[in-house]
Ligand binder design. Sequence first.
Ligand SMILES: C[C@@](CO)(OP(=O)(O)O)[C@H](O)COP(=O)(O)OP(=O)(O)OC[C@H]1O[C@@H](n2ccc(N)nc2=O)[C@H](O)[C@@H]1O
Ligand SMILES: Nc1ncnc2c1ncn2[C@@H]1O[C@H](COP(=O)(O)OP(=O)(O)O)[C@@H](O)[C@H]1O
Length: 273
Amino acid sequence: MSITETAPAKLNLALHVTGRRDDGYHLLDSLVAFTVLGDRVRLEPGPLALRIDGPFAADLSTDGNLCLRAARLAGADAAITLTKSLPVASGIGGGSADAAAVLRGLARMGHALPARPERLGSDVPVCLSSAPARMQGAGEILTPLPPLPGLSVVLANPGIALSTPQVFAALDRRDNPGLPAIPCFTGLADLATWLAGTRNDLEPAALTLAPVIGQVLDGLRTTGAAFARMSGSGATCFGLYATADTARIAANALKQHGWWAVATELAPPLMPR
Ligand SMILES: C[C@@](CO)(OP(=O)(O)O)[C@H](O)COP(=O)(O)OP(=O)(O)OC[C@H]1O[C@@H](n2ccc(N)nc2=O)[C@H](O)[C@@H]1O
Ligand SMILES: Nc1ncnc2c1ncn2[C@@H]1O[C@H](COP(=O)(O)OP(=O)(O)O)[C@@H](O)[C@H]1O
């Protein structure tokens, strides 16, 4: 019997850096959402093993892979197949999403979830439920939010992998104010208006390391995004579009630059809270 779990891409719709802990980790305040597009993991009974296929398989090694580390943390064996559809090291939590998907799959096979999933990565706790949340602390403090409207989204990445620690190290300030109160959003208009009053504090730092991110953001805006921003530590950017058709046309236009670009939607929650 095999078990399949999707590993949705994580979007930091807003990401404020509010401080730094003594161990060097940064304090965050983030509105996190997930997309229908994601990686996929398949688990089958057997000794612990990992096989990777899919469009971005060549960018990843099985050694030290978060899928294997997740299974080891759960103390479980399984033959894992990862289908890698998300670009690696790109600010949309692919590795954390894969680790969380393995943990969810192992839970369905009867294994307990590990007590401290954040040991695998700061984004793993939020990826476990893959549901909209306010994420604080270094990623371990989660406040579930009501479902977000099922909006059309374009994800675009110029084909460069950014190192998360390097982006944090390039920050000018680490003591920014937190997010304003998060209302219950009803559609694109009120979400875009609220987002316009927030920031991704990692975006200016990432832009200094990879100025091409500015071109990606311009590309999303000129193809009709009502709102565009970088996710996480980059370099993937997202645009929110009024319709699935405009998102699809925008993604096709952005691909002409040689960038990875895909139209998808904000996802409904994967696991009951
Ligand atoms: C920035 C965020 C925002 O959601 O997303 P991504 O860009 O990774 O998608 C995450 O906090 C990243 O989470 P994750 O990628 O799991 O990072 P981790 O493996 O825990 O940490 C990698 C490194 O990033 C830095 N780091 C990470 C999280 C945090 N709150 N403060 C940090 O300073 C540390 O230098 C750490 O050693
Ligand atoms: N299954 C995995 N998918 C993606 N990255 C992984 C995986 N396992 C280990 N990694 C490593 O984790 C790092 C962060 O990758 P990823 O989670 O995709 O990016 P980000 O943290 O920017 O969202 C990469 O350097 C990558 O080599």
